[in-house]
Design a protein around this ligand. Structure first.
Ligand code: G
Ligand code: MN
Length: 408
């Protein structure tokens, strides 16, 4: 996967641009001016990010770039022209500017858009073709208020952009270092303690040291969830090819990754009847039809679907009803201390009954003690996973344990 650094383009988001357009239009009509615009200062140029004009004005449009030296803005910014000009012809410096007569500009208002850092981002301006002796400092104040409002929004947008770039850089470096490392945690049949499957889990060895879910959450904020999951899954599958053909491989995919239309290709090298896709419920599924449609060809080929973390949130129950999974994985919060908690026992018993009635397999997650294990077994749980049965480990260690027949 590659992470593109975003260009230093307009930091104005679509929403903000829309708001700026609305403000410009309001200013223009309220003050009775012909043109209003937001010009960003970029080196020796002004970039007209947003422009509001009447229907017959064609000299300026959003996206235009003009030299800073030719216009009013720079002269106002450097204090050579006032922010409020009622009659351009009355000021020699203004009168001498070519655009005063070519546009023409009879009156001009211009205020800086000053960022929190003190940097002037650009100018917020409006002008009319004819002189406007009626314009007052109060009109200028109105313009200033909006300029400050926009500056505040720009500060927020820039902060977000910076945070985003830092996150992208962290992820890029982690991937360059070889992350994610994939480990495999045994899923054990309780009846005979044999490993029936392994779940592939990602680990990140890069700085800053953070649990995998934080790395994934950050990838999600960069809209790279699918890419990171695919990278982890393809490593898991590549290594998983060494597993004996009695062992299934569970990979974790989010709904976003599932609907990408690329899962078939991702898993094509692996025996579909030994492939289990665990759908995580960190993000709610909005469009079940799409997920079902994406899964259909895979499931026809023998791939099984598991719902992860059942019992941890709201959506897992909906997933269990609508997606008709082959496997339900009960969240470790249900397992924790179950031997001493009749309520947890009742809930797991009820879920086990649901699984039985719907011919769904189920796996208890996060088993850490023999007491938890025995209780789960007594409640009818067939398969389980957890530190007590085997920590996530390198594939070589899984293979060793399988070869020796001993518990990992
Ligand atoms: O969301 P999912 O169930 O795929 O996440 C599994 C995570 O839980 C992995 O990061 C794994 O390392 C961790 N895990 C697995 N078994 C245990 C366990 O017995 N106890 C605890 N606390 N964590 C576990
Ligand atoms: Mn999982």
């Amino acid at each position: 996967m590659s992470i593109r650094k975003r260009s230093v383009g307009p930091i104005i988001s679509k929403d903000l641009a829309h708001n700026v357009d609305a403000i410009l239009k309001t200013i223009r009509s309220y003050l009775g001016m012909d043109v209003a615009f937001l010009a960003e200062f970029a080196g020796a140029s002004r970039i007209f990010r947003n422009v509001s004009t009447g229907p017959d004005f064609f000299l300026l449009k959003a996206g235009d770039r003009l030299p800073l030296s030719t216009g009013y803005c720079q002269l106002v910014a450097t204090g050579k022209l006032p922010e409020l000009i009622r009659d351009s012809s009355a000021l020699p410096l203004a009168a001498a500017l070519p655009e005063t007569s070519s546009v023409p500009i009879g009156s001009h208002l211009s205020v800086p858009v000053k960022l929190a850092s003190g940097k002037v981002h650009g100018h917020f301006c409006c002008f009319s073709h004819r002189p406007r002796p009626d314009l007052s400092d109060r009109d200028l104040d109105l313009l200033r208020t909006f300029a400050d409002l926009i500056a505040g929004e720009l500060d927020v947008a820039m902060q977000l952009e910076e945070t985003r770039n830092e996150a992208a850089e962290r992820l890029r470096l982690a991937l360059k270092r070889g992350d994610p490392r994939v480990v495999f945690q045994p899923i054990v049949r309780l009846a005979d303690r044999k490993i029936v499957a392994v779940e592939a889990l990602s680990r990140f060895d890069s700085q800053p040291v953070r649990p995998p879910d934080v790395w994934f959450a950050e990838a999600q904020s960069l809209e790279l969830t699918k890419d990171l999951e695919f990278k982890a899954a393809s490593i898991a599958i590549g290594q998983g090819l060494k597993l004996p053909d009695t062992i299934s491989l569970n990979i974790n995919l989010s709904p976003e990754a599932l609907v990408s239309g690329e899962v078939q290709k991702l898993i094509q090298s692996f025996d579909p009847r030994r492939m289990v896709i665990e759908v995580t419920e960190h993000s709610a599924i909005e469009d079940y039809e799409r997920i079902l449609a994406s899964l259909a060809p895979l499931r026809e080929g023998g791939v099984r679907l598991a719902i992860d973390d059942v019992g941890a949130g709201y959506s897992s129950m909906r997933h269990a009803l609508i997606l008709q999974p082959d496997v339900l994985k009960f969240d470790m919060s249900l397992t924790r201390g179950i031997d001493a908690d009749p309520r947890r026992q009742a809930l797991v018993a009820a879920l086990a009954e649901f699984a039985r009635l719907t011919s769904t397999k189920f796996v208890a997650e996060g088993v850490e003690t023999i007491e938890e294990l025995n209780t789960l077994k007594a409640l009818g749980v067939e398969n389980a996973q957890g530190y007590y049965l085997g920590k996530p480990m390198a594939l070589a260690d899984v293979l060793k344990s399988l070869a020796s027949g001993e518990a990992p």
